[in-house]
Design a protein around this ligand. Sequence first.
Ligand code: CAA
Length: 291
Amino acid sequence: MEIRSVGVVGAGQMGNGIAHVMALAGYDVCLNDISQEALDKAVAQVTRNIDRQVSRGKVSQSDRDAAMARIRATLDLAEVAASDLVIEAATENEAVKHKIFEALVPKLQPHTILTSNTSSISITRLASRTDRPEKFMGFHFMNPVPVMQLVELIRGIATDQETYEACLAVVEKLGKTAASAEDFPAFIVNRILMPMINEAVYTLYEGVGNVTSIDMAMKLGTNHPMGPLELADFIGLDTCLAIMNVLHDGLADTKYRPCPLLTKYVEAGWLGRKTSRGFYDYRGEAPVPTR
Ligand code: CAA
């Protein structure tokens, strides 16, 4: 089956990135959120990011204009449901995702493939609450979506081959590369990345290093583009904590216990870049370590 139109539910950091790359690849995109303010913010963000690509010569002005014209922002879930492929990219909270699927499913076309950009939650469990487990799978982008090459494709227990192949064709049309993962907590990327980030927070918590020395050590010592604490702020500390909880609950191994310091930052509302404070304070000209 050929996908021509894509619906994206959730216009946050991931959702607007997904809308951006889908529109550039030629798909008609319907971007949905629960408030007009969130939609306006998302379209402004896509515009800023795509304009940056134009100014760096990565995208032509005419491709930019065509892509922007393909994005329709809407508060109406029924418009999203008319798409060939729907990608749910709401907050990393299972109850929220179930609610979205409950509202969406009665409005979907019979042929629509339903996917989630979840970074850790069981695809099989999410699929079981819909009317189409065989047409349901995980479609996991990395942040920042326009830059990162990888998409993780995760099949639930019931996902059929046709659905997988249709999603793989979309990844290829985006010019990205797919890694296929089995449906176990946090799949591949976050199964490996989040324990590393959590361990960096333990390293801070136990006073082995401060924010600067930990990030410096990993950037210059292992050639990572960002230190683990800088990366945690970039991903969002609430998302990091949610993923650690999925690993801890789903694999029942104490090696995945979230660091109490990570929990404390989240409880403070210091969620990283999106709230201007996390392991760094972003309110001034340059980020300042908070420990
Ligand atoms: N949209 C479009 N282009 C963007 C962009 C965006 N949102 N953000 C950055 N770019 C572009 C820049 O324009 C720049 O382009 P040129 O090469 O043409 O100049 C390029 O990306 C590099 O950006 P910068 O020069 O601003 O900054 P940088 O060199 O420090 O790179 C980075 C920034 C790409 C984010 C880099 O630091 C990096 O790769 N960091 C690690 C990111 C990472 O690990 N992401 C995965 C997180 S895990 C995840 O997402 C999974 C999950 O479920 C939690």
